[in-house]
Write a protein that binds this ligand. Structure first.
Ligand code: FES
Ligand code: FES
Length: 201
């Protein structure tokens, strides 16, 4: 009876993480609290703490979720991506950073809402890589920005979508040359690592 424990496992930004329920975390702790306070992933923000602002958005198994409304135990067995897990050259990150020229409608001022907005946009563009402005606005409607950067945010998401499409279009040209050497295995060409270029770290 005593000593009954449950291990909560999740992958966070590509790294396996384990927590002992009742020891490392309680059943009532939210994913937002665990990510920020136990793992120091402070990009996500806890603002309303009741599912109304989007500041705490992270991606779970490819979908945007409000981490303040998700219990840490509910993330057991799932893949979590926070803004810290995105590469510096992620098109959405870059678009938000670049969309700050006067006259173009800045996508960020104080930056408080930005990590949540970036993660919402990231998950949205995975599902809809060629959205209209109205679709972007609808997708981003749950992310409140007290600085009122809504125009700039929408433009940043559209710019990121265009860049993602450009990158996706460039990928197929490189892949056939990679398959050929390994077909006969006779030229001594070393392997190219995990398929599809998705590195496991
Ligand atoms: S802090 Fe989670 S939705 Fe506002
Ligand atoms: S940039 Fe300040 S809250 Fe959005």
């Amino acid at each position: 009876m005593e000593g009954l424990s449950t291990r909560i496992r999740m992958t966070i930004n590509g790294r396996p993480q384990g927590f002992l329920l009742g020891h490392d975390l309680s059943g009532s702790e939210t994913l937002a609290e665990v990510l920020r306070e136990k793992l120091g992933l402070t990009g996500l923000k806890i603002a309303c703490d009741q599912g109304a602002c989007g500041a705490c958005t992270v991606i779970m198994d490819g979908k945007a979720v409000l981490s303040c409304m998700t219990l840490a135990v509910e993330a057991d067995g799932h893949d979590i991506l926070t803004i810290e897990g995105l590469p510096d050259d992620d098109p959405v990150v870059r678009a938000f950073a670049c969309q700050c020229e006067p006259g173009h409608g800045t996508a960020l001022q104080c930056g408080f809402c930005t990590p949540g907005a970036v993660m919402t946009a990231r998950a949205f563009l995975n599902e809809n890589p060629d959205p209209t402005l109205d679709e972007v606005r609808e997708a981003m409607a749950g992310n409140l920005c007290r600085c009122g950067c809504y125009q700039g945010i929408a433009q940043a998401v559209l710019a990121a979508a265009a860049e993602l499409r450009r990158r996706a279009a460039a990928v197929p040209a490189a892949e056939p040359t990679e398959a050929e050497p390994s077909a006969d295995g006779a030229d001594g060409t070393p392997g190219h690592g995990p398929r599809g270029g998705r590195a496991e770290a």
